[in-house]
Each structure stands twice: as structure tokens, then as C-alpha cells.
Design a binder for this molecule. Structure first.
Ligand SMILES: Nc1ncnc2c1ncn2[C@@H]1O[C@H](COP(=O)(O)OP(=O)(O)O)[C@@H](O)[C@H]1O
Ligand SMILES: [Mg+2]
Length: 329
């Protein structure tokens, strides 16, 4: 990822030629409900595993902010382990709680701009009380207007997507907050140290099981922009999902590189996740979204979850709008 810093051009994280910029964001799309249903058989859900030490970027020396471990909840007999919401090795040793605290309360200092990004996407240091990490900060003021997303803000939808991923419970989206910053209110998201040895194209081509959960998440949030660079393979072996500004639209706009599981049946764990989400939307989680999304977006979200539950399958691409983002990688 190319950065412009005070010293000129540098790099951060993986080198990538990807950009949304050329196309100016998600571009024109129209939406209509996807009524296709195709048979298929899905297998049980696997989670990312493995623990490899990785190039941690953040300076997480300070006592207070660096939480103890982030290790997942131990598995009950016969049940899969619940993974940590953030693997500390993926972000300089921070647990999810420590990262959120730092993101909420730390001072943000802009270090560069991600020039290949389509909006003002800033690479920043965030520090508090001796703890330091890096984050992406996207101020609302830097958002380019999108004709097909006239309401709300990209930052609020990014935060809503993070909250939804937390609701699903597997830490798919790196810790994210909405807060004031050097250029006003925006979203701030913990910087993940990408594992440079993993090629996302290979993961997508292979239908890597870690991406299946992302595909489900995208179907729920109606993601109009799941391209390769929005998947971050990290040192722990997990794959994080980022850039959720064009999501939650009332019309169906699912546009993704993750069609590997189209039409396949959800497994039992996926069905349970959707059931839990449906119930949460009727309760406190639904109320939380009130401040972030429009009423019609929330209603559409609930309807999508119901539809996914009743069909019990991953959606199919539709002929009515472009099903793959451009460029995909
Ligand atoms: N939380 C993050 N951790 C690590 N890298 C990130 C993170 N967020 C963004 N990036 C990098 O910055 C690039 C641009 O960010 P993105 O969220 O796609 O910006 P935009 O909304 O402007 O398209 C991504 O492709 C990725 O390489
Ligand atoms: Mg992007």
C-alpha cells in the first residue's frame, strides 16, 4: 500500500496496486432482490487457526493499555473454541479491549495518506499513556459523495459493520471506533500487520474456508465492495475484513470476489449465527444501530437476515447489477 508521508512516498503493509480510486468508489449500481435459489451442499464451518509470530508494528510497551492476552475462550468439550476478537500478534500485541481503549482515547497523529484509497484514508499513529499503535483514520469530511449512497456516512456504516461483526462474535473486522480526530469526526480502525507471504488471490481462488465467514458477513451487510485488498491475511493465520463504507443499502448490491459458496447451504453454526443476529436486531443491538444507519437500512438489514434464514443458503450473483467489484484485486 503506497503512502504519502512528510518525507515523500513510502510503503506500509503490503505492496498493492489495488485501488478503488480509478472507478471512483463503487460506481453506479442498481439493485433488485435476488430471488435465485440454487441447490448445493455446504460443509461445516472452519475457523482460521495457527499462531505464527508476526511483524508487529505497534509499540505496545506501556502497561495499562496492553491487555493480557487476547487468547480465545477455551473450548468446551466437543465445541469449537471461540476465537479471540483480535489476535494480539496481528496488531502489536494489543488485545481487542486494549486496542479499543487506545482508539477511543488516544491522540491521533497523521503520518501519511493512503494514496490509492478512494477517500481521505489516513495512516496514523494513535497513542495514550505510553501505549502506541497505528490506525486508519477516515474523516467524514474526506468522504467523496456517492450518488447511490446519499444518506448517512461511510464512517458510520464502517462502524456499524464493525459492531455487526462483534455481534457475530468472531472478530472479523479489526477494532473500530467513531470519534473526533485531527480532521473532525471519522472512523478509526486498528492497523493490522499483514502477512506478506500470503497471497489473497490464492486464498480466494482456493475458496479458503476462512473466507466463508466473510462471505456470510457480506451477505448480511449487503457489501457492495468486497475486493481482494479488503481482506487482510494476518500473522496469526486469521483473515480480517476491512473497508465497509458501502454497505447496508436498502437495495441489494452484493458485489464481491467471494462467490465460492454461492447457493450452498448454511451449516448449523451459520444458521445459529443468523438466528442470534435476528434476535439481536429486535433488541439492544437494533437500538444501537439507530444512531448509525437510516431506518430503511435497518429494516432492510432485518429483512435480509430473515431471508437468509428462511432460504438457508448463500446468495447467488444477480444479473441485475455487477456482481464483482472492479478491479477485483
Ligand atoms: N485496518 C487496516 N489494517 C491494515 N491495512 C489497512 C487497514 N485499513 C486499510 N488498510 C490498507 O489501506 C488500503 C485502503 O484502505 P480502504 O479501507 O480500502 O480505503 P478506502 O475506503 O479509501 O477504499 C487497504 O486496501 C489496505 O491495504
Ligand atoms: Mg477500499
Amino acid at each position: 500500500m503506497v503512502l504519502v508521508t512528510g518525507d515523500g512516498v513510502g510503503t506500509a503493509g503490503r505492496e498493492t496496486r489495488t485501488v478503488d480510486a480509478a472507478a471512483g468508489g463503487p460506481g453506479p449500481v442498481t439493485g433488485r432482490r435476488d430471488d435465485d435459489e440454487t441447490a448445493g451442499a455446504g460443509a461445516g464451518g472452519a475457523r482460521a487457526g495457527g499462531a505464527r509470530a508476526g511483524g508487529a508494528r505497534a509499540d505496545a510497551a506501556a502497561a495499562g493499555a496492553v491487555a493480557a492476552s487476547g487468547a480465545g475462550v477455551p473450548a468446551a468439550r466437543g465445541e469449537p473454541a471461540v476465537p479471540a476478537r483480535l489476535e494480539p500478534s496481528d496488531a502489536g500485541g494489543l488485545s481487542a479491549e486494549a486496542a479499543l481503549e487506545l482508539l477511543r482515547t488516544g491522540e491521533i497523529a497523521v503520518e501519511g495518506r493512503l494514496v490509492e484509497a478512494s477517500n481521505a484514508t489516513l495512516f496514523c499513529a494513535v497513542s495514550a499513556g505510553g501505549a502506541r499503535a497505528h490506525c486508519v483514520y477516515k474523516p467524514v469530511r474526506g468522504e467523496r459523495p456517492l450518488w447511490d449512497f446519499p444518506d448517512g456516512t461511510l464512517a458510520a456504516r464502517e462502524y456499524a459493520a464493525y459492531e455487526l461483526s462483534e455481534q457475530l462474535g468472531d472478530g472479523l473486522v479489526p477494532p473500530t471506533v467513531l470519534r473526533d480526530g485531527p480532521f473532525g469526526v471519522g472512523m478509526a480502525q486498528l492497523w493490522i500487520d499483514v502477512d506478506e507471504t500470503v497471497d489473497v488471490v490464492d486464498l480466494v481462488r482456493a475458496g479458503d474456508r476462512r473466507l466463508r465467514r466473510v462471505a456470510l458477513f457480506d451477505a448480511v451487510i449487503n457489501n457492495a465492495d468486497r475486493k481482494g485488498p479488503h481482506l487482510l491475511p494476518a500473522p496469526s493465520g486469521r483473515v480480517y475484513a476491512i473497508d465497509h463504507g458501502v454497505t447496508f443499502h436498502g437495495d441489494d448490491k452484493l458485489r464481491t470476489v467471494l462467490w465460492n459458496w454461492r447457493g450452498q447451504r448454511f451449516d448449523a453454526a451459520e444458521c445459529a449465527l443468523l438466528d442470534g443476529l435476528g434476535a439481536a436486531l429486535d433488541g439492544a443491538f437494533g437500538e444501537k444501530l439507530d444512531d448509525l444507519l437510516t431506518q430503511s437500512e435497518i429494516a432492510a438489514l432485518a429483512a435480509r437476515v430473515d431471508r437468509l434464514r428462511s432460504r438457508g443458503r448463500f446468495p447467488q450473483p444477480s444479473d441485475d447489477w455487477p456482481a464483482i467489484p472492479w478491479p477485483p484485486f
